[in-house]
Design a binder for this molecule. Sequence first.
Ligand code: ADP
Length: 444
Amino acid sequence: MVDVSNAIDKPESAEADSAEKVFADFPKAVLVLEEDGTIAYLNAKAASVYGKTKEQLLGKKPWERWPEEAGEASNESADRKKLTEVQEHLAAIVESSEDAIVSKDLNGIIRSWNRGAERIFGYTAEEIVGRSIATLAPPEVANDIPRILAQIARGERVEHYQTKRRTKDGRILTVSLTVSPVRDASGRIIGASKVARDITLREQQEAALRETNAALLRSNSDLQQFAYSASHDLKEPLRMVAAYVEMLKRKFGGALGPSGDEYIRYTVEGTSRMEQLLADLVAYTHASTLGEEPKEDIDAQKILKAALGNIEAAIQESGALITHTELPRVRMHEFQLQQVFQNLIANSIRYRSSETPRIHVAAERRGKEWLFSVQDNGIGIDRQYKEQIFGIFKRLHSAAEYPGTGMGLAICERLIQRAGGTIWVESELGRGSTFFFTVPIREG
Ligand code: ADP
């Protein structure tokens, strides 16, 4: 078991590095003295407090250097008490570490072994101190050890090196190692200290996550494939129904009586609605399976203009007043952004209140993304439906009240997600709605 007081008694021993491990970056000066008062260890902060290098101070007695600071004999014993407290604290920190903290000499012989090492590898300090570190290496990574030792001998540090180690009971662990050279007072490398973290569980979890992700991607693409073929295959018989109903109407229109004509009208309406639903379903699956990432930025202002052009009839007919702030260039496919603008603005017009529709499109930079908003003074949305409306075929109204398929926002959500952003709404019934979406800003 590591006793840090050892490290303090014998500064040249590898254990001294334990103190360095714990106190190297400690924001207060830490000075560890030997029984005779010489400095056994000091951290970087202590050296800077005294305005000297570590080498200038190690092995020296503080009061020989600064007689004016030398205390009375009684102070000395108080200091010694403090020192013991620091030592105990230090030992407790090393002992309670979750990680294995191990020191070895340049031949790879283990010199110290904390409780973390005991817990991870199964050996007690009594069993393993004095044996070679190679005891822990399974054959397939046996070359690790001489390589790491050679690196240490050259004064280099090994950081977060991922490798395999074998426990006492033969289990193979994945560990992340950080190994640093340990020097004696004269700066000569005399060994290494090693912190080993057991990352077996983390690695297993990551592998499971990768597996789940791959399965999810597969099932997602299967589903899209299914929706795509289904809608294509459904189109054909639908077209047939529409064509024959049309013929019925032409040939027997009037002969079937008023009810017959009405039924035919319903059938025609039904088929055209079905056609619209299928077209939207195809658009949705397309939105989900965009192939290539966009390579360059596009001008959102130009895209907004194009979107407005596509719904000009609705704008004219409703007398909608549309304003916008200056819009940025963003990394998206043109048709993605155009479709989003078009769907949101068409909705703002369709779900208008009795007032003239006023629609404002804005964009502002928010950290590493652009935040776009489309605000209207329409009928608003009950808070409880804020999320539902983005679902496929989700509508809050009948087709008789407001035409639509319930796919517009689902398509917007997919398009925005594909661009790496998010979309949401803030609204209150009767008070208009603001749809927000973000687009990440790509570096370079
Ligand atoms: P659709 O408009 O075809 O029904 P959407 O997915 O575009 O499908 O919208 C889903 C529902 O969200 C709509 O039925 C409507 O109730 C509500 N909605 C969308 N945009 C607005 C808006 N600007 N103002 C009020 N309600 C809206």
